[in-house]
Design a protein. Structure first.
Ligand SMILES: [Ca+2]
Ligand SMILES: [Ca+2]
Length: 233
């Protein structure tokens, strides 16, 4: 009889403690962590590009949290609340999953990142230099080309390499995709009767830093003509 009484008292006490723990939340019970935000910056990346993924989470009990990351494709580096994700080499949507655990209970969230084609380098076509030859006076030439890009041209210019290998850069202006510049070829003042040849090429850079250099075009300023040779008779 005394034993049964003890068991009943024990059950009552246990129920009381559970009730206190559940109702008050101050001891015994564990509540799960919650994820308030999961971000990927940027959320659209080029193939093989990088995104920083950050999980903001908290635990009502102040438990230490462990972060577990996975993704449908790509490469995860780092650990903890923020990781680095490298996109795969193929376009499409990929999902990155984060699980936050307090050791007993967990919360989950995921975010979709869009993987796009890489920005390609500018295309330079119809590169023309006019005129391409000058008498010894030299003179002004017009340089033009059609330059296009999938993401936008940031800068285009002409690099002129002089006969002594020094280089002069000339900015190009444009109307639509037609880029142009003027450059004046100097007088050929050489005393040795040699032509002056200049090598011109266009360098175009897009907003992503991709650069394209055209093939070279040569412009020539001829040597002064020799005086006519007087026959020795
Ligand atoms: Ca907890
Ligand atoms: Ca581009």
């Amino acid at each position: 009889m005394r034993t049964l009484f003890s068991i009943v008292i024990g059950i009552i006490c246990t129920s009381f403690l559970l009730g206190c723990g559940g109702g008050g939340g101050d001891s015994g019970a564990n509540d799960p962590p919650s994820i308030t935000q999961l971000t990927a910056i940027p959320q659209t990346v080029a193939v093989n590009g990088f995104s920083t993924v950050t999980c903001s989470a908290s635990d009502p009990d102040g438990d230490q949290l462990a972060y577990n990351w996975s993704a449908t494709a790509g490469l995860i580096t780092g650990s903890g609340a923020s990781i680095n994700w490298q996109a795969p080499g193929t376009i499409g949507n990929q999902t990155i999953y984060c699980t936050v655990s307090d050791g007993a209970l967990a919360a989950n969230a995921n975010i979709i990142v869009t993987v796009t084609e890489a920005s390609s380098a500018p295309q330079i076509t119809n590169f023309q230099v006019n005129p391409q030859t000058f008498d010894f006076h030299g003179g002004e030439m017009q340089i033009q080309a059609t330059i296009t890009d999938d993401t936008g041209i940031q800068q285009a210019g002409v690099k002129v390499t002089y006969p002594d290998s020094s280089v002069v850069s000339v900015d190009m202006s444009h109307v639509g995709s037609l880029y142009s510049a003027d450059w004046t070829a100097p007088v050929n003042a050489r005393a040795d009767g040699q032509n002056m040849t200049y090598s011109l090429k266009i360098v175009a850079r897009d907003i992503n830093g991709n650069e394209t250099t055209s093939t070279n075009t040569i412009a020539t300023v001829f040597a002064p003509e020799d005086p006519p040779i007087v026959p020795p008779w």
